[in-house]
Structures are given as structure tokens and as C-alpha cells.
Design a protein around this ligand. Structure first.
Ligand SMILES: NC(=O)c1ccc[n+]([C@@H]2O[C@H](COP(=O)([O-])OP(=O)(O)OC[C@H]3O[C@@H](n4cnc5c(N)ncnc54)[C@H](OP(=O)(O)O)[C@@H]3O)[C@@H](O)[C@H]2O)c1
Length: 297
């Protein structure tokens, strides 16, 4: 069996890759060959097997190349974890001129998944690492400054435009909207393609990962050394080690269902009212496909 994971070089992705390696070959998808090789070596030291594939998820050309490379490996693919993501506090543009967070977190993983789907056997599981910040009713996210996903359309998101009335903190609307689109994609794909399984994980807030790498040094220190050790005792919070187990269990859960959204302890949870609406989910998917099709192969 072989399992693909994006973003295995840091945060939740690293321990998840090590966990998955206990169950088969791991295809490590990341943007930096050197960092991927470090993970591969750690897996090989444990007597297991990994194959690095370089891919910048923010760049559609790179995603398409990586998908072709993964398919050419001819491994017995059994699952995909779309874990990589960024929370950029400054808006920048991707190679296609799209909002960087939206491209990295939604457009890239969407394109990678669609390219790999025909090559996944019946029953294979695709897990997206989502985030509760897409829900404008989720209290801890609101306290942190989020105002839920602010989707207008895929094209508007790619231009970095969000529904008015959003967060006053830079980058939070882009992040929450990209995560809203991840969850909408999971729920739509689960209905569209019943031969495969699509599930989502809310990994829990983990202050010590690289996600907050744009924050100032004091906040990063506070997150890593003061708040992280408390994470297991706080509701909605978690640690990379525990989240790795949750993601792995969801991915490998043999008789498991499809279209399920799991919380940081692996229990089913609900997304926002908007993202739970199949019409909204289908619109996100249709508009994403239309946007991606404007870039010729
Ligand atoms: N931490 C939290 O509290 C939290 C809460 C809810 C959801 N999440 C979600 O959890 C997932 C993992 O985040 P994390 O907290 O583990 O963050 P992290 O430590 O920053 O890890 C992010 C991973 O994504 C990779 N990545 C970033 N941009 C990429 C690109 N353009 N192409 C390919 N790979 C790229 C990074 O690679 P490099 O090593 O090359 O940078 C890294 O491996 C994300 O989807 C995030 O939205 C996190």
C-alpha cells in the first residue's frame, strides 16, 4: 500500500508521515527537496519506505507535474492526505497571479486530488485537513479574530476579495475562506464520487506548528514553549502527535464512511451552516473547476 501526504516537512504533517510509514510506502509531497529528504531519511532510519515528490501547491504547473510524477511511480495508491497549508499575514500572489493562501490551501490541493482520483482504487480515502475557523459561529475562532469563510466566488477569492464584514486582521479571511472551500470540496466530492471516500479533519489548534511562522518572534516563542505544552488539556486544542494519530485513523479506517468531518479527537462534527449546504458545496466545486480550466496544461 502507498499513501500520499502533502506538507510532511513540518507541524502536523511530519508525525503523520511517520505514522503512515508504519502502514506502507509514503509519498512525501513538498516544495523543498532538502526538507523532503530529511523526512525520507527519518522514515528510512525506522526501516520504512518513502518517496519524495517536489511540488509547490501554490503553482498549478508544479501540481500537475507532481501528479504525473506520482502516477508514474506506479505504486499501489490507497489514500491521500491533503495537509499542507499556509496562513499568510501578508497577501501575495501565486505563479498564476492568484491569492497565495487561496492557491496553496484550496486550488492546489483541489487540482492534485482531481488529477490523482482516476488512479485511486475503489474505497481509497482522501482526507483534507480543514479548520473550524471557516465557521463564523465557532467561538474560539471568533475570539481569535476570524469571521468565518468569506466566499464570494472562486474567481473573487483568487483575486483576494472576500465577502464584506470580515476580519480586521490581515490574512484571516483568506485563510478561513480557503478552509471553507476545503470542507465544501470534501462534502461535494463525497456525494459526486461514491466509489472513493472523502473525509475532513479539524486538527485542533496547535500553537507550536509552523502555521504561525509569519507572527512576530515573541508570539512564536509563546506558542511553541508556553502554550503548546497545555494543548492537550484545552478544548479545541491539540498537539501534532495526537493529530497525527487522528488523521491516520481517519485515513486507514477500513469500513469507514465518506463525507464525514472529524474533530481534533476523531469524533464527527458539523461545519458551518453555509458549508453544510449542498448547493454551496457544488458551487464551490463548479467554480473551482472553471477557474482551473482557464490555465492550459
Ligand atoms: N496549527 C493549527 O493550529 C491548525 C489549526 C487548524 C488547521 N490547521 C491546518 O493544518 C494543516 C497543517 O498546518 P500546520 O499547522 O502543520 O502548519 P506548518 O507547520 O506550517 O506545516 C505546513 C506544511 O505545508 C507545507 N507547505 C506550505 N506551503 C506549501 C506549498 N506552496 N507547497 C507545498 N507545501 C507547502 C509546508 O512546507 P515547508 O516545510 O516547505 O514550509 C509544511 O510542510 C494546514 O492545512 C492548516 O491549515 C492548522
Amino acid at each position: 500500500m502507498a499513501y500520499i501526504i502533502t506538507g510532511p516537512t513540518s507541524g502536523f504533517g511530519y508525525p503523520t508521515a511517520l505514522e503512515l510509514a508504519k502502514h506502507g510506502t509514503v509519498v512525501l509531497v513538498g516544495r523543498d527537496q532538502g526538507r523532503l529528504d530529511k523526512v525520507r531519511k527519518a522514515i528510512e532510519r525506522a526501516g520504512q519506505h518513502a518517496v519524495p515528490v517536489v511540488c509547490d501547491l501554490s503553482d498549478l504547473a508544479s501540481v500537475r507535474r507532481a501528479a504525473t510524477e506520482i502516477i508514474a511511480l506506479q505504486l499501489p495508491l490507497a489514500g491521500l492526505v491533503n495537509n499542507a497549508g499556509i496562513m499568510a499575514l501578508r497577501a501575495t500572489k501565486s505563479a498564476q497571479g492568484w491569492d497565495m493562501a487561496f492557491a496553496t490551501n484550496h486550488l492546489g490541493p483541489f487540482a492534485l486530488t482531481e488529477a490523482l482520483m482516476p488512479h485511486l482504487p475503489d474505497g481509497a480515502n482522501v482526507v483534507f485537513v480543514c479548520s473550524g475557523v471557516e465557521d463564523p459561529e465557532r467561538r474560539p475562532a471568533v475570539i481569535a479574530g476570524f469571521r468565518g469563510g468569506r466566499y464570494i466566488s472562486a474567481e473573487a477569492s483568487a483575486r483576494g476579495e472576500w465577502k464584506p464584514g470580515g476580519s480586521t486582521h490581515p490574512g484571516l479571511d483568506a485563510y478561513a475562506t480557503s478552509k471553507q472551500c476545503n470542507l465544501a470540496t470534501v462534502l461535494a466530492f463525497a456525494r459526486e464520487t461514491p466509489r472513493l471516500r472523502f473525509n475532513a479533519v479539524e486538527p485542533g489548534f496547535s500553537p507550536g506548528t509552523g502555521l504561525s511562522r509569519d507572527a512576530n518572534a515573541f508570539l512564536r516563542f509563546l506558542g511553541k514553549y508556553v502554550l503548546s505544552p497545555l494543548a492537550l488539556y484545552i478544548r479545541y486544542w491539540s498537539t501534532p502527535a495526537r493529530t497525527a494519530k487522528v488523521i491516520t485513523n481517519v485515513l486507514l479506517n477500513e469500513p469507514g464512511g465518506t463525507g464525514v468531518y472529524y474533530d481534533e479527537r476523531g469524533k464527527p462534527m458539523l461545519g458551518s451552516t453555509l458549508v453544510s449546504d449542498p448547493e454551496f458545496q457544488d458551487r464551490v466545486v463548479a467554480e473551482t473547476r472553471a477557474l482551473l480550466s482557464t490555465v492550459s496544461a
